[in-house]
Design a protein around this ligand. Sequence first.
Ligand code: SAM
Length: 332
Amino acid sequence: MDPRSEVLLRQAELFSGDLLLAGLPADDLLGQLPGAVGWSWHAGVQHSLQTRFAGRCTFGVEPPTAPFDSAVLFLPKSRELTDFLLNALAARLPGRLLYLVGEKRAGVERAAKQLTPFGEARKLDSARHCQLWQVKVTNSPPAPELPTLAQRFELSLADGPLQIISLPGVFSHGRLDRGTALLLDQLDGLPAGKLLDFGCGAGIVGASLKKRYPESEVVMLDVDAFAVESSRMTLAANGLQAQVIAGDGIDAAPEDCAAIISNPPFHQGVHTHYEASEALLQRAASHIRPGGELRLVANAFLKYPPLIEAHLGRCETLITADGFRIYRAQRA
Ligand SMILES: C[S@@+](CC[C@H](N)C(=O)[O-])C[C@H]1O[C@@H](n2cnc3c(N)ncnc32)[C@H](O)[C@@H]1O
């Protein structure tokens, strides 16, 4: 059980009604709270909960439309995303209770200050390195409109300008990451066919690929619903067509790709997770057609080449700059 869920279950009597668990972990909390439903924006969590508690969790960037009497937000990483989520929930709970739970090292104490516009917040519990906060929503805000919270910026690419739209919580929100910038400079000579942008974020790489290779089918994949929505917005803003998939890891990707291009994930929340990137390197070969390639950017300190060579083929470094490397490997 996730420690945040354990903290909720210490006060289970508070959570017996029609409760919405927003951003819940993939544990047994729905099993322990039969009146609760979930809202997830993580495709892996959603898949796991759907398998075990069919129909009790919805996936997306907006709260489920069905009414709820109270809600718990599991603190996400981004302050801006927290702000959107708290407002979206408080808008649905006038006169009712909204809770916030999170790990201390994730900054729950600081995030609890974001409850004060809605009413008087109080700390209910502190255990398992987590805190649980509650506010009675005496000052219910209007429902926030997600597109108004998007950040927009323009990239000047060799193929022309590209509008980027990113939503709160999405990687490198509102700006171009240095690693991504390096990757954008190294997109020449990709094989023709299906191109996969793995971990597409706001869609910068995928949209650039479609602009550079308009004849190629571009597929973009991300685990996060806000990234998927951002990528769709970026494509639309540039009049580009590509398939955008919400999925967890390389196993959710199509097969027979001519190339997989990625700035792969290596941070998630307060924990560092390499699993999705390691799985990508280990299993990319089964999604790349013979002669196709994997091209990625990574921090120079990450030991990716031995993994790539063990599972795909010879790994070439195209460039090293600003602490990043661009790797290229071809499937035999
Ligand atoms: C380093 S960011 C790169 C984003 C974008 N390509 C760019 O360069 O701006 C990595 C992305 O991988 C996504 N991600 C993390 N874990 C994932 C997983 N298991 N499956 C698919 N995408 C994942 C994150 O949501 C994030 O958008």
